[in-house]
Design a binder for this molecule. Structure first.
Ligand SMILES: Nc1ncnc2c1ncn2[C@@H]1O[C@H](COP(=O)(O)OP(=O)(O)OP(=O)(O)O)[C@@H](O)[C@H]1O
Ligand SMILES: [Mg+2]
Length: 512
């Protein structure tokens, strides 16, 4: 037995709903079509019947005679004048005489005396009342016109009646004549037609339902396949892809989108894995060093001086450790969007001038010439702290990797739409194979080369730069020739005239 919960689940399902819509559509369509058909059939039958009655009317005018001297004359007489021996004429007249009425302009009925009895029967109530006749005669004498009516007789049949004014033999007085024709075959045809439709609609409903159920099932099968495939995908097998059906339809598009999503997931999963490997690796080195120093101190140090030295070295490594942890925390906050940017209209010139001033001393110490080439003013919408951090990172890299005698230059060019900042140096450069990785976390180009600073960096500076550029809707490009120098170009949108904003920084920094 189907449980209530199952029933509810089925009735909420897409398949059920699609089927119901099919069935509803078929029903509405069938009802609509049947009404239209019925209306047209009714109209066509009536036109045909009107034609037949009009023919009878024309014949009636030839065979019916009305005689009277005076309107009040009791001798008013209506009779049929035809050749009794002519079978054809006889049939025509007898046919007309079956249902008819002749009345004077007051509504008084005068009939051929042979027809009196028939008239007094059930046809009486389908013809007009004397009052009606009077108004109609008045109307038709001023403007000749036929009257058409359809009326239900006491016998339960419908009749088509044509009435009009016919003049007496001497053309002195108007008389009201009505000819009737039973519409029994007409009603029968219509009724039969209606019954057919009453019978067909439930069949259509059932067929529509079955067809809908079948078609919806077929259309939804691939959806189930996609769901099954998606269920099989987990963190450990992100390599799985849902095969497309090569139909090029919406579902294929869905599958494609889904696959792309898994691809992105896979790549960020991979990144995360790499990141944790890198982190543990980075943390292990100082920790091992600290342990080594403490061990050495513990087992070999004799003098206070030796202990002090060991502790000093350990402290230095601990510093590096906390530096790494701090930087990582900040970076992960930034990349997961937890770091709120305090954007405001910034004059990049001011920021750059300050920083270049600050870097003059270390530059001089390193024997590197540091120069700036800035416009009078140029505005960007940005977070001052982050923009400063970005420039600081790039300048410190440039100085770090440029040997004495070299040159570092910061250039800003601004257009109404964009601000371009270029930081170039004449340092050791980066070879093409390392270029794509320098924005990765912890990535440092192997080999100390001509770096003047023996202390190794964390390899996190450019990851920050990439994130900051992205959070400011800009892009960063690098050109570098090993041995000749590097050029970092950052393009940021120029600030429009707007108020300060606060926004959460976006997702992990992409590099351009
Ligand atoms: N101007 C440059 N010239 C040559 N190599 C560079 C330059 N800038 C960056 N690099 C290379 O890219 C690597 C990554 O730079 P990044 O700033 O991310 O790390 P870092 O400077 O080594 O360490 P941190 O900035 O975290 O102290 C550097 O180690 C260096 O090898
Ligand atoms: Mg750096």
């Amino acid at each position: 037995m189907i449980r209530r919960r199952d029933l509810r689940r089925i009735s909420r399902g897409l398949r059920f709903r699609l089927t119901a819509s099919y069935a509803l559509f078929f029903t509405v369509l069938l009802i609509g079509v049947s009404f239209l058909f019925r209306y047209q059939l009714d109209k066509a039958l009536l036109t045909e019947e009107k034609g037949a009655v009009s023919e009878q009317w024309a014949a009636m005018k030839g065979y019916l005679r009305i005689e009277s001297e005076h309107e009040t004359d009791t001798e008013q007489r209506a009779y049929w004048y035809y050749d009794d021996s002519d079978e054809e004429e006889k049939t025509i007249v007898l046919d007309i005489r079956k249902i008819y009425l002749v009345a004077d302009s007051n509504g008084k009925v005068i009939l051929d005396k042979d027809d009196q009895q028939a008239y007094s029967g059930y046809y009486k109530d389908i013809f007009d009342s004397p009052a009606n006749i009077r108004t109609r005669v008045a109307k038709a004498t001023s403007k000749p016109q036929p009257f058409w009516d359809t009326r239900w007789g006491e016998d339960g049949e419908q009749y088509l009646i044509r009435s009009g004014v016919v003049w007496d033999q001497k053309h002195r007085l108007p008389y009201y004549v009505s000819l009737g024709m039973p519409l029994s075959s007409h009603t029968k045809i219509l009724r039969g037609f209606s019954w057919i439709f009453v019978g067909v609609i439930p069949v259509g409903l059932v067929l529509g339902g079955i067809l809908g159920w079948f078609m919806a099932g077929r259309a939804l099968t691939p959806v189930k396949d996609v769901a099954l495939a998606a269920q099989r995908i987990s963190g450990s097998n992100l390599r799985l892809r849902i095969p497309t059906r090569e139909a090029g339809d919406e579902l294929d598009y869905l599958i494609l989108t889904f696959n792309r999503m898994i691809e992105r997931l896979e790549s960020s999963f991979q990144q995360m894995k790499q990141f944790s490997t890198d982190v543990s690796h980075e943390l292990r080195t100082p920790i091992t060093a600290i342990r080594g120093q403490l061990e050495v101190a513990l087992f070999t140090a004799k003098t206070t001086e030796q202990y002090r030295e060991a502790m000093f070295n350990a402290l230095q490594d601990i510093d590096r450790l906390s530096q790494i942890v701090r930087a990582l925390l900040l970076l992960s906050q930034a990349e997961s969007g937890q770091l709120a940017l305090q954007k405001s209209r910034l004059n990049l010139r001011e920021v750059a001038v300050d920083l270049v001033d600050q870097f003059q001393i270390p530059a001089e110490a390193a024997g590197v010439r540091l120069e700036a080439d800035l416009p009078d003013e140029c505005f960007v919408e940005g977070d001052r702290v982050q923009i400063e951090r970005m420039i600081t990172n790039l300048l410190s890299n440039a100085l770090k990797f440029t040997p004495a005698g070299g040159e570092v230059r910061l250039r800003v060019v601004s257009t109404p739409e964009r601000v371009e900042m270029v930081i170039e140096d004449t340092g050791r450069g980066i070879s093409t194979e390392h270029l794509p990785h320098i924005f990765d976390r912890f990535y440092r180009v192997p080999g100390s080369g001509t770096a003047p600073n023996p202390e190794q960096g964390l390899g996190l500076g450019l990851s920050f730069v990439a994130w900051i550029v992205k959070a400011h809707h800009g892009k960063i490009e690098v050109d570098s020739v090993p041995g000749k120098g590097s050029r970092f170009t950052i393009t940021l949108p120029a600030a429009g005239v707007g108020s300060d904003t606060m926004e959460l920084a976006g997702q992990p920094a992409g590099r351009s």
